[in-house]
Write a protein that binds this ligand. Sequence first.
Ligand code: ZN
Ligand code: ZN
Ligand code: ZN
Length: 373
Amino acid sequence: MSVISATSQSALYASRLNRVRDEMQRQAIDATLLSVGHDLPYLTGYCAMPLERLTMLVVTHDAPATLIVPRLEAPRVTAHDEVFKIVAWGETENPVEIVAKHLGRAKKIAIGDQMWARFLVELMGFVSGASFARAVDVVGAMRMIKDAAEIAALQAAGAAADRVASQLQRGEIALRGRTEAQVSADISARLIAEGHDAVNFAIVAAGENAASPHHHAGPRVIQNNEILLCDFGGTMNGYCSDITRCVFLGEPSRKIMSAYSVLRAAHSAGVKAGVVGATCESVDAAARAVIDDAGFGDFFIHRTGHGIGMEAHEEPYMVSGNKLPIKAGHAFSVEPGIYLPGKWGMRLEDIVVATEAGPLSMTHVDHSLVILS
Ligand code: ZN
Ligand code: ZN
Ligand code: ZN
């Protein structure tokens, strides 16, 4: 069984690497270098730890792809012999020199976004005259389009996040009298209990803190008669979840209720706009128009969404100016918000995948402002 799945994984990585080489050919790129970040596991199954020792996949046209890894990390690499060869470097070797040797006479080199600047600076000393490009232009378009297995992984992660959100909405997570940090830790533990391998973030923001979109959960004690914004997600089998729901403790004011109905309408307009062929910016425009029309335009201070996959935030971004047409398999968040500084904030977020049959949501729990009396 594991032999069969290892073989099919090898075939998957081999086909992805072939597509990378095709794209390199089209752009006259001689070599692509991938280090820390998620292009590397996308193409090889191996995720480099973000440490100071160099890990680098070298992809060229006329040699097998080569994964250069620190010797002590080599045991963590699952070999796919037909896909890439492994070169382990010892503590006294210069790994950048080894990379340079594998580059041959490459003149145009694509570099992964997350490679440490240090390695690029050192590499420049070995490849004088070379020009550089961003590897995202080679791998990004491929990574954006999720295949069936990737969509299934996003659905599984979304379902797990959904279960935690419904525990929140059912009042199963104690809130009043606890600090944001305690509730954040509780939500994190529940994400793991529901099957995530890692928690990426668990924002818990009470009352006026909810007006800061990326508020860091802290010692603030959650009280009655305030809104609580919870935005959390993790990674499960290599793919990410991300959901935001707000609950209200006590009796919400009419102002909050009406603002929330605007938010909900904006969210659903954004989701509906996320169809194949529409531009990414049209998703943002659709959500923003609802909030603008209701007079809250100045209080929606971020883009409407981000792509998601192996990374919690990746391309494509749902932002004004992004004219990229949405394709089937694009996965992204729709998360409009309204933030009144010093008072309160609210956001509503689902991950959707664009399909030929329309937007498919990865999360489904109640979209209303659930009132916990
Ligand atoms: Zn965010
Ligand atoms: Zn989120
Ligand atoms: Zn998000």
